[in-house]
Design a protein around this ligand. Structure first.
Ligand SMILES: *[C@@H]1O[C@H](CO)[C@@H](O)[C@H](O)[C@H]1NC(C)=O
Ligand SMILES: *[C@@H]1O[C@H](CO)[C@@H](O)[C@H](O)[C@H]1NC(C)=O
Ligand SMILES: *[C@@H]1O[C@H](CO)[C@@H](O)[C@H](O)[C@H]1NC(C)=O
Ligand SMILES: *[C@@H]1O[C@H](CO)[C@@H](O)[C@H](O)[C@H]1NC(C)=O
Ligand SMILES: [Zn+2]
Length: 205
């Protein structure tokens, strides 16, 4: 009883201050949740799938909502790459899908700092990057001819990582069963950042 009396005797200013503080706390909480939102997305390619109507008819209209269409799935990945703001660290055994390559080049042209690690096996498919000033490191045959630099991961802005079975090749996209996923979970992204750093140094010949 005493407590309530005490509350009701608070003056208007005090109540306003308390309300304002509460509103701020709620807003801060919202912001925190928004910026620390977990993002995970999974994509599957199922062998020789047929494309959706949009992509079959080669209309340019972008629609990457049909998860059964391999082109929709590729555009979804391109969408992730398009959102890159600062850095794109790519470690990929094989990379010759034109659409994905173009998305990487677009990022470079937007001013994103792109670094690529590839295996010498596939060096020919990445000649394009070398001529436009994208930083590239190669795992050379002479380093170890039998052991492949077989990774397939891409780190976006040091915050998200794209992983999966897919070589970023035309064949992988058109004909294979593959999985690709994106996550921003710190416990996963951080080890990949360290690994990239290590390999980048290792292939500095
Ligand atoms: C893929 O499927 C299409 C029809 O859906 C068929 O015409 C084509 O020959 C198939 N390609 C392969 C490599 O199996
Ligand atoms: C795509 O082409 C087929 C015929 O080849 C047609 O039936 C279909 O309506 C077209 N779809 C779109 C979205 O234009
Ligand atoms: C990605 O960016 C390029 C170049 O800005 C644009 O042409 C393309 O439509 C974008 N694609 C997606 C899927 O966001
Ligand atoms: C993917 O890379 C492996 C080597 O690890 C190679 O044997 C395979 O042919 C490649 N697949 C495609 C679809 O390019
Ligand atoms: Zn489609």
């Amino acid at each position: 009883m005493m407590y309530y009396n005490y509350l009701f005797t608070w003056n208007t200013t005090t109540k306003l201050v308390i309300n304002f503080a509460c509103a701020c706390a709620i807003l801060a909480n919202f912001w925190y949740d928004y910026y620390n939102q977990e993002q995970t997305e999974v994509i599957f390619f199922h062998g020789n799938q047929s494309q959706c109507d949009f992509h079959r008819n080669k209309t340019t209209l972008l629609n990457y909502l049909n998860s059964e269409c391999p082109m929709c799935n590729v555009y979804k990945i391109i969408g992730w790459l398009n959102e890159t703001k600062k850095t794109l660290d790519i470690c990929m055994y094989s990379l010759n899908s034109e659409l994905l390559t173009n998305a990487i080049i677009d990022a470079h042209k937007r001013g994103v700092h792109v670094r690529i690690i590839v295996d010498e096996d596939n060096i020919r498919s990445t000649w394009k990057f070398g001529t436009m000033g994208i930083a590239k490191r190669v795992k050379l045959m002479q380093f170890n001819a039998k052991m492949l630099m077989h990774h397939k991961f891409i780190i976006i802005d040091n915050k998200k990582v794209i992983l999966g079975s897919m070589n970023w090749t035309v064949n992988a996209v058109r004909r294979n069963w593959e999985n690709v996923f994106l996550t921003n979970k710190y416990q996963i992204v951080d080890p990949f950042r360290h690994e990239f750093k290590t390999i980048w140094k290792q292939f500095d010949q």
